[in-house]
Design a protein. Structure first.
Length: 76
């Protein structure tokens, strides 16, 4: 279950407290301690293609867009 679908369901059962308790107990996404879902891009929130070297924490797409502004140079 993705985070967006989780929040969508959460909005639907907001007025039903008993169902809300049961949903949170059984279906809420768990806190991640490791793996791909733990690391997210700080700029856009993507999971895959993560560049964490030098503490950047960007996905490869965002890194490519702002690399020159940060101070990286492209060598040919």
């Amino acid at each position: 279950m993705t985070t967006s679908s989780y929040t969508k369901i959460f909005r639907q059962i907001k007025g039903k407290p008993e169902k809300m308790k049961k949903f949170i107990k059984h279906c809420a996404p768990k806190k991640r301690s490791c793996g791909l879902a733990k690391k997210r891009c700080e700029r856009c929130g993507r999971f895959g293609g993560h560049v964490s070297k030098y503490g950047l924490n960007f996905c490869r797409h965002c890194f490519r867009e702002i690399a020159y502004e940060i101070g990286f140079k492209k060598y040919n």
